[in-house]
Design a protein. Sequence first.
Length: 39
Amino acid sequence: MSKTKSAFFCQDCGHESPKWLGKCPGCHSWYTLIEEIKV
């Protein structure tokens, strides 16, 4: 069984990050990254 992988996506600009960040590096919005499971 493989390990579940997830990524964090900005709700405002769609920037993808491998870990949660308080501030999006793409659009500089605060607290907009949400976790999504990668299949």
